[in-house]
Structures are given as structure tokens and as C-alpha cells.
Design a protein around this ligand. Sequence first.
Ligand SMILES: *[C@@H]1O[C@H](CO)[C@@H](O)[C@H](O)[C@H]1NC(C)=O
Ligand SMILES: *[C@@H]1O[C@H](CO)[C@@H](O)[C@H](O)[C@H]1NC(C)=O
Ligand SMILES: *[C@@H]1O[C@H](CO)[C@@H](O)[C@H](O)[C@H]1NC(C)=O
Length: 559
Amino acid sequence: MHPRGDVTNGVTCYCLFCLVTLNPHINPKLSIASKLHLLEKHSDKNYREREIKAMAFKASILFTVCVYALTASCLTAISGEESESKEFVLTLDQSNFTDSVAKHNFIVVEFYAPWCGHCKKLAPEYEKAASVLSSHDPPIVLAKIDANEEGNRELAGEYDVKGFPTIKIFRDGGKIIQEYKGPREADGIVEYLKKQSGPASVEIKSVDDATSLIGDNKIVVVGIFPKLSGEEFETFLALAEKLRSEYEFGHTLDAKLLPRGESSATGPVVRLFKPFDEPFVDFKEFNVDALEKFVEESSTPIVTVFDKDPSNHPFVIKFFNNPNPKAMLFINTSSEASASFKSKYREVAEGYKGEGISFLLGDIEASQGAFQYFGLKDDQVPLVIIQTTDGRKYLNPNVEPDQIAPWVKEFKAGNVLPYKKSEPIPEENNEPVKVVVADTLQDVVFKSGKNVLIEFYAPWCGHCKKLAPILDEVAISFENDPTVVIAKLDATANDIPNDTFEVQGYPTVFFRSASGNILPYEGDRTKEDIIDFIEKNRDKTAQQEPAAQHEQEPTKDEL
Ligand SMILES: *[C@@H]1O[C@H](CO)[C@@H](O)[C@H](O)[C@H]1NC(C)=O
Ligand SMILES: *[C@@H]1O[C@H](CO)[C@@H](O)[C@H](O)[C@H]1NC(C)=O
Ligand SMILES: *[C@@H]1O[C@H](CO)[C@@H](O)[C@H](O)[C@H]1NC(C)=O
């Protein structure tokens, strides 16, 4: 089992797929195409001080995310680590960031937060890389900025920093900005940045050049041209410039130097080399968009494998970046049935090629983060789960190899009901504040005919802990009023219908009056204010007798 999150210096770092824990050589996902806003802009009001705006769980998957959590532990670790001697990494802040970037042709900036564990892991590696690269010709400058610092937050927002660490490459005085998509350990950083600071595409002049560029286990895009000029060549260079942070590019006048593919090709042709499925693909349409699409499509495996092998991890990241619905089969790859699963699953994936579903096969041993995220249990393995673009999930637990194809077909036909993550329904619920889980949300909140104040919380959230005793008091003061319910739901362990409750931070408190009027609670987090709010917004018509206890019947119509 892998750690499901580490808590250091008051920070919870979730490593969803534990890629970073397994291996620092991978390209952790740095920018998340989602609504994840770790850098919540704090406004004056109390309720705005939400610790995190991270309920992007509906739409996307993260790999490494540090989020705020106010645990009082290990504050010592910070002070222990700060006594470094000479620093090669430049420290920037809002006063000199713009100038520093403008002064450099090529500068790398890490946006970090002091509490983020992944940043702390990166720091010595980044520093070591900076010292090596300081003697590169020309020197390559590495800088950092504390994006958590009040004064720097606006900058971080401007550059769309959504998780920590986020590293960006600024070229040409800041006119061109790219995501850093390289490794996070010193040698890897050095190698990646040397390549990034050189030309976007390198000329292949010998078999040795070709061998060292292309290798066996990465995606490399090579242009074969009759001459190194002209429109096609320029188009290819523009593509290389655009995608350089993600792929390596080369060009050559001589296809015979290349390890695979037709050696008599004279071009112009783009040949993509890859370590899975067919070992190379040619493409001849020379416009940047078509080429980009070609590169994206050909560089996605038919079945992405997620296991402990680090060379697979960049593809896992690609898989989750992809906007398609995602089918994931989780099995125990060491079990006897695994070969049969693999071949059947691959058949299914091949059958849906070009139909906009991406397929991943995950090993249960490597996927604990995913299990927690989706609310899955080991005893449901082998299982298939499909996550659609709108965040819905469809689950087929304890599946047999032969059942996958028909089930995916049913899914495509719209005949499968969504699956909802829920904690078990509590057997006892006698505390003043009632525990609600996804499977009881309908009954307690929507169908009870009562006035319900519900708090969406995260177990690690400090503000939630502060609010808890206050809610207790509120609940106690309504104890003799059966028409008012004070409830709480652990939003990290239960799916919430987002069209009703927009939960983007913790705690989020909503009120639903007996007649169905839904309001966010945005007042001060005091007993008096909350009670006033309830009194003001409640319906007096609420049904008086206690509603029947619904013990089960998970509702399937809400997600
Ligand atoms: C930017 O300003 C901060 C705060 O004054 C300072 O600590 C830092 O060294 C400066 N960095 C550069 C590159 O001038
Ligand atoms: C996977 O299967 C192997 C071989 O049957 C077994 O030893 C191992 O415990 C299984 N792992 C899990 C997580 O079930
Ligand atoms: C809520 O989820 C639906 C799909 O379930 C999605 O289309 C919509 O954008 C989400 N709304 C918000 C406010 O996040």
C-alpha cells in the first residue's frame, strides 16, 4: 500500500495516483485543466477564508496536490530545513519578478508554497540543478517565488498557478511561457532544461545522433525533409516550438539514419516514434493544427498501463489530461486471470478506437490513490469504472473478462446508471449534528420536509474543526424542534450533487428550507448568527412528526 497523503507542516498533500511517491522521474502534472483553485483569493469575510477550492474532484484527476490543512503538527520541520548556505536559485517576489523575467532570455520559475511537502522534496534537487546549470553556457537561471505569500498571490493567479509546485519556463523576456513538464530530480531537471534552452528540434546527422535522440522508451517526433528550408520545414519547426515542453523533436535529410520506418522516404514527412503499439507512424499533412492532433493521438497508447513501472507514468498523466470519457479496468496484475483480462480489454479498446473513449488498465497495487478518490474497495476488484467528461462515474465491480465488452456497450448505449461514492450509512446517528452520507442525502435533505442546515466538510480542515462545536451548540438549541435538522457531510468521502450545492471549499454550509429553498450560509460562523439565519429562512410549515428513518435504498436518481 502506498501512502494516501502525507501531512507535514500543517499541510495535506494528496498524491492521487502516488506517482511522485513511487518515482520522482516522472512528469508530474503541473497544470490542471480544471477548476482547482488552490490559491483562493481571500476576501474580508470570514466564510471566504476557505482553506481550499478543490472540489474539482468531479471533473478531473490530480496527481500531486498540496492543499491547506491546519494541523498543528510538525512546525519544527520547516525551521529545520531553512538553513541552506549559498543559494543558486534566485528568490523572487512581486517587486522584482517582472524585471527578472524581462532580463532573461530563458528563466525557470518555481511557484511554491512553504507548507507544500512536494515543494520541500523538490527544493534540494532544484537547488542542485541550479548550481549545475549556473555553469552552463550560457548560464540557465532557476528562480522561485513563494506563491503563498500575500503579496505574491496576485502574480501566481496571473500565471494560472493552481497547484504546488508549479514550474514555468519564461522565454524571450517573458514573451513566451511554457509549463515545465520535466522530471523533479536534479539530473533530470538539468538534462531537461539543457534541451529546453537549446533548439526545439535538433538535426540528426548520423546514426548515433538518431540513436541517442530516439532511444527505445520515449515518444520522439522526427521530420524528414528533402531540404532544411521551405514551408513544410518551417511548419514543423513551429510545431516543435509549440510542443517542445512535452515531446522531443528532431529533423533529418536522410531517413536511412532513423531506426525504424521506410528508409527511402525523402519527405517531407513527419515520423513519430513510440514505445508502444505500432513502433512508428508517418504523417504528411503539414499544418500545425493537424500535426498537433496527429502527435496527440499517436502518442496515446490503445491501453494505458498504470502500474509501478515509472516509464508508464507519463502516459498515465496523458490519459488523465485527455478530455475523453475514461474507462479504467483495475485488476491484480499478479493474479492468474490477469492475462485474460489484458487481452479481452485490449480487444475492447481496439474496438472503440477513434470513438472517443480512453482506456486504462491499472494494477491494484499501484492504484490505492485512485481507489480512495473514486471510493472503491479492494474487494470490488476486478472492476471497471468509467468516468465521463461531466464527472459522472459508472461502475462494474467484480467483473469477468468476458463481461467487459457487453458492459461498455451498454454504457455507450446509455443503459448504465451512474455510480456515486458514499460512506456507509451510519448505524447510529444520535449526536446533535446528524451525519449525512451520499446515500442518505436525498432522504435527509431533500425528502424529509424539514429545514436542514448542512455543512460540507473535510476531515483535515482546520476551519471545519473550529466550526464543529459551534454547530453542535446550534443543533442542541434546536433539539426540541423536530422541523430543524443540523447535518454534516464529509465531502471528501461522498459525492455531492454539484448542481444543487456548489462546494468549492471547506467548510461550505448550505440551508434548505422545508419548502425547498436553497441558500448558502455566508454569515459569521457563530452560534448566534447561524441560529438567526435559520430562524429567518426556515419554513414554519415543515412537517411536525419525525420522518420515517430510511435505512437504505441508495437513491440512484441523484448525482
Ligand atoms: C527580490 O526581492 C526580494 C525581497 O526584497 C529579495 O529577497 C530578493 O533577493 C530579490 N531578488 C532579486 C533577484 O533581486
Ligand atoms: C495479487 O495476487 C497475488 C497472487 O495471487 C497475491 O499474492 C497478492 O496478494 C494479490 N494482491 C492483492 C492486493 O490482492
Ligand atoms: C456539475 O456537474 C455537471 C455534470 O455532472 C457539469 O456539467 C457542470 O458543469 C457542473 N457544475 C458546476 C457548477 O461545477
